[in-house]
Design a protein around this ligand. Structure first.
Ligand code: RB5
Length: 146
C-alpha cells in the first residue's frame, strides 16, 4: 500500500545541493523523506538514480518522487522508463501544478542548472499541493498507461 506522505528524492552529482535543500524544505512540511542520495559530488550516472527513485514510487513504497540532475531532462527520461511512472520536468509553478491536476504525475524532475533554489522550492510546493482532478483526465492518463 502506498504511504501517502512518503516521498523519495534522488539526483546525480549536478544537483546534490538543490536536492538537499528540497529535502529540508519538505521535511518541515511533514513529508517522510526517503533521500536515496548520492551524498558526494563525485561524477555519477543519472539513469541509475532516476530508475532507483522511480522503482520506489512504482512499488508503492513512496507515493511521490522528486528527482534532479543538471537539466532535469536525463533523469526524467530514465524515470519514465519504469512502468507506472509519470514524471515531468518543470521550470515553472504552473506546469508543476498542472502535471498533478491533469496528468496525475507521480514524479517531478528539476534542473539544478536551470532553476535557482527559490524558484525550485516554489515549484516543489506547487507540485505537492495540487491534486489530480480525475474525470476526463483519468481517461487520458489510462491511455498513457496502456
Ligand atoms: C551531468 O553533467 C548532466 O549531463 C546531467 O546532470 C543532466 O543534465 C543530464 O540530463
Amino acid at each position: 500500500m502506498t504511504n501517502s506522505k512518503r516521498i523519495v528524492l534522488s539526483s546525480d552529482h549536478a544537483a546534490i545541493d538543490l536536492r538537499q535543500a528540497v529535502a529540508r524544505h519538505i521535511a518541515v512540511q511533514g513529508w517522510d523523506v526517503v533521500d536515496i542520495g548520492p551524498t558526494t559530488t563525485e561524477s555519477t550516472h543519472y539513469p541509475k538514480h532516476g530508475q532507483a527513485a522511480a522503482e520506489r514510487v512504482a512499488s508503492g513504497e513512496c507515493s511521490l518522487g522528486i528527482i534532479l540532475c543538471g537539466t532535469g531532462q536525463g533523469i526524467m527520461m530514465a524515470a519514465n522508463k519504469v512502468k507506472g511512472i509519470r514524471c515531468g520536468v518543470c521550470s515553472d509553478t504552473f506546469s508543476a501544478r498542472m502535471i498533478r491536476q491533469h496528468n496525475d504525475a507521480n514524479m517531478l524532475s528539476l534542473g539544478a542548472r536551470v532553476v535557482g533554489e527559490g524558484l525550485a522550492l516554489d515549484i516543489v510546493d506547487a507540485f505537492l499541493t495540487a491534486e489530480f482532478e480525475g474525470g476526463r483526465h483519468a481517461t487520458r492518463v489510462d491511455m498513457i498507461e496502456g
